[in-house]
Design a protein around this ligand. Structure first.
Ligand code: ATP
Length: 296
């Protein structure tokens, strides 16, 4: 186990901002930490990094206390807006970090190449886009091959292509055994890119499961979007008791137990139907369900 949190509680004055939070992150696992503003995500990350203490509970980072030498050496952190010196080139900045960590500066080039910054290595960071600066942050986080990577909103402000590329790198790291804990507000992107989702709501952990299991537990309605063949939308809508959305589409809503039977009804309509799309509840729907106490 790379990270274990057990009953972690944090109070500021009399206010409890984390309330008995417990979860693990295994080697090679990508876990998303979701929560509204002020839910306690950054506080939890600071505790994991050993920057602030918890009031109660225990945290084990790579089998050691947060902030201990072994925990610090094996953990990398990427803050939301990593700041770099604009006058330095990517290469110079990374060499600087390598020296601070007592690592050979010859590692700068492979690290920059790893995050796709090879061609820009000799350009000043002041000329980099936000996505490129985030990659410098990621390259810095990869120094010393961390076993646990903690990322605070790593893709905020990145365009979809940069986000995808960023996650490809995370996927490679996870495949090599790095445990990844990342916070995000971008729900749809973590949907496909993480193995497990932890949801914090006002400091309370309201969910900790795979998306598939959260879907099942929330048992939110599934939408079936039926495309009727030309001129048959009214008949399809009436036979399926669905809602005609436009000239060809008919919407049905059902729960997961009814899904197969409804698909059977649709298929029994034969040539009246052109196609059907099954639309499961989105992560936003699930997130909203659990944040409102639906998991209790
Ligand atoms: N040093 C502090 N002193 C007092 N209260 C604090 C302190 N740091 C954080 N808090 C409070 O703790 C709660 C959790 O804050 P935290 O920054 O962990 O939330 P977050 O989930 O990271 O939010 P965001 O998504 O906005 O970054 C908030 O109510 C915040 O005001």
């Amino acid at each position: 186990m790379c990270l274990t949190l057990s009953q972690v509680t944090k109070r500021y004055d009399d206010r409890t901002v984390l309330d008995a939070v417990s979860f693990d992150v295994n080697a090679g696992e990508r876990v998303a930490l979701l929560g509204h503003n002020g839910a306690g995500k950054s506080t939890l990350m600071k505790i994991i990094l050993g920057l602030i203490p918890a009031n109660e509970g225990t945290v084990s980072v790579l089998g050691h206390a947060p902030g201990s030498i072994i925990a610090k050496t094996g953990t990398a952190y990427l803050p939301e807006n990593a700041a770099f010196h604009p006058a330095l080139t990517g290469q110079e900045q990374l060499c600087h970090y390598l020296r601070l960590r007592g690592e050979p500066t010859k590692h700068a080039t492979p690290l920059l190449e790893r995050v796709g910054l090879g061609p820009a290595a000799k350009r000043r960071i002041g000329t980099y886009s936000k996505g490129m600066r985030q990659r410098v942050g990621l390259a810095q986080a990869l120094i010393g091959k961390p076993r646990l990577l903690v990322l605070d909103e790593p893709t905020s402000g990145l365009d979809p292509v940069s986000r995808r590329e960023f996650y490809v790198i995370l996927d490679e790291l996870a495949a090599q055994g790095t445990a990844i804990l990342l916070s995000s507000h971008a729900l749809t992107e973590v949907e496909a890119r993480t193995d497990r989702i932890v949801i914090l709501s006002s400091g309370v952990m309201v969910a900790n499961d795979t998306l598939a299991n959260l879907r099942r537990r929330a048992s939110l309605p599934i939408r079936l979007q039926v495309s009727a063949t030309t001129g048959n939308a009214d008949e399809v809508a009436s036979k399926l008791s669905g809602d005609r959305r436009n000239g060809v589409m008919v919407d049905l809503v059902c729960n997961s137990e009814e899904k197969l039977a409804r698909l059977g009804d649709i298929s029994a309509l034969g040539s009246l139907v052109e196609d059907v799309d099954v639309i499961p509840p989105s992560l936003e729907d699930i997130y909203s369900h659990f944040s409102k106490g639906g998991g209790a």
